[in-house]
Design a protein around this ligand. Structure first.
Ligand code: ADP
Ligand code: MG
Length: 264
């Protein structure tokens, strides 16, 4: 529709069509602003949604503990707080879309106004239409006007598609960030030496913080040897770091200081 509209406009009076295009840059600026605003807001909204989804998943995963302490309402309230963030971002996005789309249509109506104005003047002055080899008539002006208008409207109709492309771009960015992330602990470390496991585990002056809680040391200068062939029990109150000891042995994490040695 864009191509045929513009084609007809140029066929019926290229000089007037060209004159109408003087308004094009304003329209492109309108579209550019629209795209930029969309992209930025989509990012904020999607982040807020993924945070709330992550929170819900965590609460649902541990629903037995939540229910056991009667904390369902607290969890729901917390989830709602995250949703409010998403709502705020969504509202802002709606406003921004409205404004930029409004600006876009403003440009189109300016185009109406501008074309009828110069069309009228050109007919009045007997301006030559090279496409038809005679002076401009009202019919030429209308044909050019509607040709350009439909062409530009068709271009404007692609705006929602641009929106979809923008959303896909933002989603792709987050996905590629995860794909491209280089973990510190490589699963298939080709430089590692092969050896048969015997089973002596040694913690050598280990200090460890969870990456998500860098302010709380789970272990401080912990040194201990779990000897080969012996059964060792790790005993301590809840939260004292028993599971963390196992996770360090499995190398789900690396210690911040010191070493965890298996068979030396
Ligand atoms: N993934 C984690 N991120 C941040 N802190 C954690 C994580 N896992 C455990 N912790 C914290 O580390 C401490 C030790 O936990 P843990 O090793 O599970 O103790 P235990 O198994 O002895 O009950 C606790 O304070 C716990 O809240
Ligand atoms: Mg535990």
């Amino acid at each position: 529709m864009c191509v045929s509209g513009l084609g007809v406009a140029f066929y019926k009076g290229w000089s007037l069509a060209l004159a109408m295009f003087a308004i094009g840059p304003i329209m492109l600026i309108g579209m550019g602003i629209f795209g930029a605003i969309m992209q930025q807001n989509t990012l904020v909204t999607m982040k807020a949604y993924s945070q709330s989804a992550g929170y819900a998943e965590q609460a649902l995963g541990a629903i037995r503990i939540v229910a056991c302490f009667g904390q369902e309402k607290l969890e729901i309230d917390n989830y709602n707080r995250f949703l409010m963030k998403a709502k705020e971002a969504g509202l802002k996005q709606g406003g921004a879309i409205g404004l930029s789309l409004g600006f876009f249509y403003f440009c189109i109506y300016i185009c109406y106004c501008y074309c009828f104005l110069i069309g009228g003047v050109w007919i009045d002055e007997g301006f030559w239409n090279h496409s038809e080899d005679r002076t401009y008539l009202a019919g030429d002006c209308l044909a050019v006007f509607f040709g350009v208008l439909f062409g530009l409207f068709a271009l404007g109709g692609t705006a929602p598609a641009f929106n979809a492309i923008n959303i896909a771009k933002v989603a792709g960015k987050s996905a590629f960030e995860v794909i491209d992330r280089k973990p510190e602990i490589l699963q298939d470390d080709t430089t590692a030496k092969k050896h048969t496991l015997k089973g002596e585990i040694k913690f050598d002056n280990v200090t460890f913080f969870y990456p998500t809680r860098p302010d709380q040391a789970i272990m401080k200068n912990f040194t201990c040897t779990f000897e080969l062939g012996k059964t060792t029990a790790i005993v301590g109150p809840s939260g004292s770091g028993k599971s963390t000891t196992i996770q360090l042995t499995e190398r789900f994490y690396d210690p911040n200081e010191g070493r965890v040695l298996i068979d030396g």
